[in-house]
Design a protein around this ligand. Structure first.
Ligand code: BES
Ligand code: MN
Ligand code: ZN
Length: 489
């Protein structure tokens, strides 16, 4: 597993700077005025810094962007990276400056000079997020990262500010690892084992096995997994950092470790991407990890439904009718609309057992949300304007795109069937909304609830500001912030 690079903070030390190997990053204000520390570094480098700042290239950089000086005189480092960061930088600009540094981090390590700069911890968060790589299966590159030392005016202060952020970065990287893992490695059992490991962090973790799910009547979830050799599981993670015995907030995730479509099989082209169909469960797991690592003062329960959707002699067929834990019958007209079947039972179980104060589910639920919103925004569906508003606000603050989508009883017409209480798809029109309406049927009216369709954002097609190409970890930061704002405040 790839934990984020560890960032340590230290006072400015010119001797260490002279002999530092690898890369040095200097954070500098846009107008090129050098502070006392930067002036000494400039002198050490025989004026190379001030010369660069007079050049055109520096002038063109936006806040958070950088310029490399190769083989500079006066220091042992191979590269000195000049990073533009305004005195009144926003959180996003500070993180982007860190991301520019983190992206360049190699094995030789990194020394960052942040003296006189604002938002040092946020900058370090950018380093932690963007230096992530997933190199588990690359024989050549083992992905080892050197150490990162940030030289700051008040290292203790920066370190204290950074500690809870490091917990969140760890959660983000945990989610990315889960989403990046192939399905032959991340089976339902392997996934569950990785969550059980988190008991060490103080989380209570239980694994419900097929016999338990059978007893609970989770036939909708079990139907999805019945064509797979991997046993279906529900994992319950409880973080009890709030008032004793107070009802928790619930996060629920779709954890389809691979989605072939089942008997309604998907086309071959692009099917390999369906290793990410556990993305919702990945986010829930990453958030629970962050909450535990930073010892959040809140009661939160995370539940994930882990299944594999495979075609097989035992697999569910189109036309099968299953009874959900709630008791409602479902006609499975398309075995590829499996996520909602899994969530229906886990959502119901979460409410019956925990009587949560509110509930958010995350899922790579529909291709239709990519048609609607592309890879820029997750789709947010809700029965509660206050909760939806809080989710959008938290996502915005963390720079994670999210957009509210409509719901309404008129859409229910599309998922009616003569054979059962409901069918699992309404065809192409409003495909993401009918999926949300389906889920809503399994949410009690009095529970504030939000469904977030992350099919477009969990595995973006290109690198982003804070992640290399591959899993983004979208939502871990937003939901961690939501917990802070809504439950810890
Ligand atoms: N896991 C997919 C949705 C998906 C598509 C996620 C692309 C990420 C990228 C989901 O289970 C699915 O297959 N949905 C179907 C629903 C349809 C059969 C009603 C879809 O979107 O095509
Ligand atoms: Mn599917
Ligand atoms: Zn799916």
């Amino acid at each position: 597993m790839s934990a984020p690079v560890s960032v340590t903070f230290a006072p400015v030390d010119f001797d260490a700077l002279k002999t530092a190997e690898g890369r040095i990053a200097l954070l500098l204000v846009p107008d090129g005025r050098l502070g006392a520390v930067a002036r000494r570094v400039d002198r050490l480098m025989r004026g190379a810094v001030s010369r660069a700042l007079e050049g055109k290239a520096w002038g063109k950089l936006k806040p958070g962007q950088s310029l490399d000086l190769s083989y500079p005189a006066g220091v042992a480092a191979e590269v000195v990276q000049l990073v533009k960061l305004p005195k009144k930088a926003t959180v996003e600009e500070a993180r982007k400056a860190g991301a520019a540094i983190g992206k360049a981090l190699g094995e030789a390590g990194l020394t960052v000079v942040a003296a006189g700069q604002p938002k040092t911890a946020e900058m370090a968060m950018g380093i932690a997020l963007r230096s992530y790589t997933f190199a588990n299966y690359l024989s050549e590159k083992n992905g080892d990262k050197g150490v990162v030392t940030v030289m700051a005016d008040k290292p203790e202060e920066a370190e204290a500010d950074f500690a809870p952020m490091a917990a969140v970065a760890d959660g983000v990287c945990f989610t990315r690892d889960l989403v990046n893992e192939p399905a032959n490695i991340l089976t339902t059992s392997d996934f569950a084992n990785r969550l059980v490991e988190m008991k060490k962090l103080g989380l209570e973790v239980e694994v419900l096995e097929e016999k338990d799910l059978e007893k609970l009547g989770m036939r909708a979830l079990l139907g999805v997994g019945q064509g797979s050799e991997s046993p279906s599981k529900v994992v319950v993670m409880q973080w009890k950092g709030g008032e004793k015995d107070a009802a928790p907030f619930a996060f629920v995730g779709k954890g389809v470790v691979f989605d072939t479509g089942g008997i309604s099989i998907k086309p071959a082209a692009g099917m390999e991407e369906m290793t990410m169909d556990m993305g919702g469960a990945g986010v829930v797991s990453g958030v629970m990890r962050s909450l535990a690592l930073r010892k959040a003062k809140a009661n939160v329960v995370g539940l994930v439904g882990l299944v594999e959707n495979m075609p097989d002699g035992k697999a569910q067929r189109p036309g099968d009718i299953v009874r959900s834990m709630k008791g409602d019958t479902i006609e499975v007209v398309n075995t590829d609309a499996e996520g909602r079947l899994v969530l229906a039972d886990v959502l119901w179980y979460a409410q019956e057992r925990f009587k949560p104060t509110g509930m958010i589910n995350l899922a790579t639920l529909t291709g239709a949300i990519i048609i609607a919103l592309g890879h820029e925004n997750a789709g947010v569906f809700s029965n509660d304007d206050t909760l939806a508003g809080a989710v959008l606000k938290a996502a915005q603050a963390e720079g994670e795109g999210a957009w509210r989508m409509p719901m309404g009883p008129a859409y229910d017409e599309l998922i009616k069937t003569r054979l059962a209480d409901i069918k699992n798809t309404g065809g192409r029109p409003a495909g993401s909304i009918t999926a949300a309406q389906f889920l809503k049927r399994f949410v009690k009216d009095e529970v504030p609830w939000c469904h977030i369709d992350i099919a477009g954002v969990a595995l973006p097609p290109k690198e982003t500001a804070f992640a290399p190409k591959g899993a983004s970890g979208w939502g871990v930061m937003a939901l961690d912030r939501l917990v802070r704002d809504m439950l810890e405040g």
